[in-house]
Structures are given as structure tokens and as C-alpha cells.
Ligand binder design. Structure first.
Ligand code: UN1
Length: 518
């Protein structure tokens, strides 16, 4: 049965649909409606920011360990609702159920990490230049944070922002992807039942244009202090420009064209397994998904033979079954993917399935799990012969397609790994520690795997990218605290007189002409 979903202002449904309505469908069976959605508009967004802004000071004044308690309760609620939430994710975006459960686990892990941070949130005591004076640092909340997220990780990625932002004493306005409204609504309900005070968590459903106009309005009005955004490089650039005009630095997590380098000394079976999951897990719709395998010429043929066999045999289909991947997230993702398939050129060799494009009656796939007739299912595609001059090399292709390029020297491998200008995730398969360490040093990516998938970052290491993948901001672990707090320094002089820094400082006498006897 379809759910009716609206924005939630102060936890209450915001009736009316100033931004129009839409319906979302199960991408594994488009005959099933998952949600009927009433969208808000720019005014809804600004109103949500106003309310969050009004609620924030009292929340900031709540002791951090108490705020941590709300995060703890959220983690418990998510754990208790794990199966329901995971099933909803699978129904709404077609993510294989095992991955959906993993995604919910990532939320729990994030809560587990940050509930303890409520009892740390350390500042420092720092010695002063002068006697009877002490220096301190404090983390203070930024204020109201607007978090705009994509739908490929409809709960894990939002949690990376919302949980630390709230823990640090901010109020949040969450704008989830409009194509995952049912999951967003369910996740918002868990926040609203976890003990965060009214007003500190707002959820607005709106399309991209209205959201952007809402961000502009809220920034102009002074009711928004921080923007977090996960999505495309193009939109990230616009958000960066907008925030820059308001002297704000957003937290940006953008696209990737993540390389996986295979050295001649690599364990090839391991590399095949890693490339399969990196490239085709979540149907290639992770920002950390593998873009191009960069394989040494000596092992190229062997690798391609093993890899294409593994891809050809990979179970694809019904996401409630144990498959490598299910359907595309939504029609929008499927259409864009069809566009990227056009980047395949005559000089490329295509492998991986019996056809390219949609899996359908005239274009079936052997071993398909279930019935593809009503779903947005696509053949896995391996494109060999990719070079640095190809559009396919430089374009983020959010879907089940993996390029293969060849190198002779390590320098060539590095040029291919970095040359597209993205810098999110990367991987090297090698048994030589020297290669691993050299790769780490020279790759431009913010995240490096050794003998592991480009995807699947753990929830307490810094997550983020460089170049076209982001502006250097990092999420997760202690590193994200710098996004949602500002450092405040304090000095306290208890000498009873004015001691001037740099001027009233005692010196020590040294004999700088002193030399050791030869
Ligand atoms: C994303 O696709 O935006 O590292 C995030 C991973 C996941 C998160 C991906 N933990 O693949």
C-alpha cells in the first residue's frame, strides 16, 4: 500500500503541496507505488530553517552528554527497527537486502561512535606566555545546518551529517532525495522519537530548484549557518558559490571516478572479487563505486578473462534475493545510465553479459534472478581498451559499467588514476608494500584501499574527496566535528594586572656564541 508522505515541520506533517506532488515506484516492479508525496517549495524550506534556528539555542545549552543520550536512543531505535527500515530501502531503491541491512548498520555504528563523543567533545588547556594566565579552546556549535542528501544511501549518508550535527548542538533541516521519500519519512520518525527536542529536526521534501532557492532565502535571512551536500560535482559547485557569498564553507561530498590499480604481483582472484563488488555492488550507484580498472599489461589478459567470467556469472535480479545487484534506483538513474552507455566507442571491447542496456524480453540475461519484465534492470558492462582520451575515462558513470585501461609503468598507472580530476576513493591490488605506499603517497584520492574494494568505507574514518570530489571537507569520525563546530579560544588573566602578549613576556638568557671543542 502506498504511503502518503509530506514534509515534517516541528515533527508535524506540512499539509498542502506548494511544490507539486509525485509518486515513487518500486524499481524492481514499477507496477507498485511506494509513496505518494506532497512536495514543499522554497518557502517551506525557509520556514523549516526559521524554526530550526529558533530551537537551536536551547539545544546548544543542553549539556553535550545529554545530547549524546539522544543519539544513543536514536541508535537503539534504529536497531529495533532495522529489518523494517532495510526492507523499505530495498523496496524504494532496489538495493539488495543484505546491503540495505549493512546501510542501516552504518547508521547504528555512527550513533555508537557519536554517543560517546557527547562525553568528550574535547577542547584543550594551553599554556600562556605569561604567568597567572591560562588559555583554553572550546568547540561551539555552528547553528542551523541544512543537509541535502542523495538517495543512493538514503539513511547512512544522512546519518553522517545529522548525528554529529545534532550531537554538537546544532539544529538540522534535512532535505532528502525526493525519490526516497518513504525511507526519509521513516528515518525522520526515528529521529523524532529519539528525544531530540521539538524544532531541532526538520525534514523538507522539495525538488532541487526549490531547495536551491530555499537555501538562498535562508542564507539571506540569516537563519542558516552551514550547508552539507552529497551529490553531483555540478550542483556542489553551485552550492559552494552560494555559500561562499555568505562567507560559509559547505561540507561537500561529490562525485568520483574511482580507480582500482592492479600490479603484476597482485593476487588476481582477490582483485577480481574486489573489482566485482567495487564496480557492480549497489549496481555501481555508490559515489565510491569503481570507475576504471587500471591493470598492468603483463596481467591484463588474465585479469580480463577472469573478471568477465565473474561478471557474466554474477547473480543479478530480485533485490530480496542474494544478488550482486538489483534494479537501478529510479527511472531518473536508469535514463542517465542509458546516456552514459553511449560513451562506449568502436575501439572498445565490451564484455560481461549477453547484451548491453536494459534487461528485457528481447535482451535477456542468463541466470537472471526473478522476472525482469517490470523492473529497471540493466546488464553489467565491462569496457576494455579505455584510454585517457575517452569520455568514458573522465565521466562519472553512476551505474553497472566498469572501464579497463592498461599500463606499463607505475608513472602511467598514477597518471591514469589521477588524470580525470576526481579524487574520492581509490584502490591498489599488490603484494608489494612498496607499491602500496607509493600509491598512497601519489594518488589524489581522499580514501585509499589496499587489496580491498573502492567502496565500503567504515563509519569512523574520514570520508571525503579532493578535486572534483569535494572541497576538502571530511565526514565521519572525529574529523566531522570540524564541520559542525567552530573553535573558540579563550584567555583568562588572573594576575590582577594588564599583561600584554608578545611584549610583557619574560626571556631566558643564552650564550649563543658557545661552540663545542673540536
Ligand atoms: C556514497 O555513495 O555516497 O563507502 C557513500 C561506501 C559507503 C558509503 C558510500 N559506506 O561505499
Amino acid at each position: 500500500m502506498a504511503r502518503r508522505i509530506t514534509s515534517l515541520l516541528d515533527g508535524r506533517p506540512d499539509d498542502g503541496a506548494p511544490g507539486g506532488t509525485l509518486e515513487t515506484r518500486n524499481p524492481a516492479d514499477l507496477r507498485q507505488t511506494v509513496a505518494e508525496v506532497s512536495l514543499g517549495d522554497a518557502a517551506t524550506f525557509v520556514e523549516a530553517c526559521r524554526r530550526a534556528h529558533a530551537a537551536q539555542p536551547a539545544w546548544a545549552a543542553t549539556p553535550a552528554p545529554v545530547r549524546g543520550r539522544a543519539v544513543q536512543q536514536l541508535g537503539r531505535l534504529v536497531e529495533a527497527n532495522m529489518d523494517t527500515l532495510a526492507r523499505l530501502i530495498t523496496r524504494e531503491i532496489g538495493k539488495p537486502i543484505r546491503e540495505s541491512l549493512g546501510e542501516v548498520q552504518e547508521v547504528i555504528d555512527t550513533c555508537t561512535f557519536f554517543l560517546g563523543e557527547g562525553r568528550r567533545l574535547y577542547g584543550m588547556t594551553v599554556p600562556s606566555e605569561m604567568p597567572d594566565k591560562q588559555l583554553f579552546t572550546f568547540r561551539t556549535p555552528v547553528g542551523t545546518a541544512a543537509i541535502v542528501t542523495a538517495g543512493n544511501f538514503p539513511v547512512a549518508v544522512p546519518s553522517w551529517y545529522l548525528v554529529p550535527a545534532l550531537l554538537c548542538g546544532n539544529a538540522v533541516v534535512w532535505k532528502p532525495a525526493e525519490y526516497t521519500p518513504a525511507t526519509a519519512h521513516a528515518f525522520a520518525q526515528l529521529f523524532l522519537h529519539a528525544g531530540f527536542p521539538e524544532g531541532t529536526v526538520q525534514m523538507v521534501l522539495a525538488d532541487g530548484q526549490q531547495t536551491f532557492a530555499g537555501l538562498e532565502g535562508a542564507l539571506d535571512e540569516g537563519v542558516l549557518d552551514k550547508v552539507g551536500f552529497t551529490g553531483s560535482t555540478e550542483v556542489g559547485r553551485r552550492i559552494g558559490e552560494l555559500c561562499g557569498r555568505h562567507l560559509q564553507s559547505p561540507c561537500l561530498e561529490l562525485g568520483g571516478k574511482n580507480p582500482l590499480v592492479i600490479m603484476p604481483d597482485a593476487d588476481l582472484d582477490l582483485a577480481v572479487e574486489g573489482a566485482l563488488f567495487s564496480g557492480f555492488g549497489t549496481a555501481g550507484q555508490r559515489c565510491t563505486s569503481l570507475g576504471t580498472v587500471i591493470v598492468h599489461r603483463d596481467v591484463h589478459d588474465d585479469f580480463v578473462a577472469r573478471f568477465t567470467k565473474a561478471v557474466a556469472e554474477a547473480p543479478i535480479g530480485d533485490p530480496f534475493e542474494p544478488v550482486v545487484y538489483g534494479p537501478m534506483i529510479s527511472e531518473r538513474f536508469a535514463e542517465r545510465f542509458e546516456g552514459w552507455l553511449e560513451l562506449i566507442r568502436d575501439h572498445h571491447a565490451v564484455h560481461g553479459s549477453s547484451a548491453v542496456g536494459r534487461i528485457a524480453a528481447g535482451s535477456s540475461r542468463e541466470g537472471f534472478v526473478g522476472d525482469p519484465a517490470h523492473g529497471l534492470y540493466y546488464h553489467p558492462t565491462v569496457v576494455d581498451g579505455v584510454t585517457a582520451d575517452d569520455d568514458l575515462y573522465a565521466t562519472e558513470t553512476f551505474g553497472p559499467i566498469v572501464g579497463v585501461a592498461t599500463f606499463d609503468t607505475f608513472d602511467e598507472a598514477m597518471a591514469l588514476a589521477n588524470g580525470h580530476g576526481y579524487g574520492l576513493s581509490s584502490s591498489i591490488y599488490t603484494t608489494d608494500p612498496l607499491h602500496a605506499l607509493r600509491f598512497r603517497e601519489r594518488v589524489s584520492a581522499g580514501m585509499v584501499s589496499v587489496n580491498n574494494s573502492t567502496s565500503g568505507a567504515e563509519a569512523h574514518l574520514p570520508f571525503g574527496g579532493n578535486g572534483k570530489s569535494g572541497n576538502g571537507s571530511r565526514q565521519s569520525g572525529v574529523w566531522v566535528l570540524d564541520q559542525f563546530t567552530r573553535w573558540q579560544s579563550m584567555n583568562w588573566d588572573y594576575s590582577g594586572r594588564l599583561q600584554k602578549a608578545q611584549m610583557d613576556v619574560a626571556d631566558v638568557t643564552a650564550d649563543l656564541g658557545f661552540r663545542l671543542d673540536d
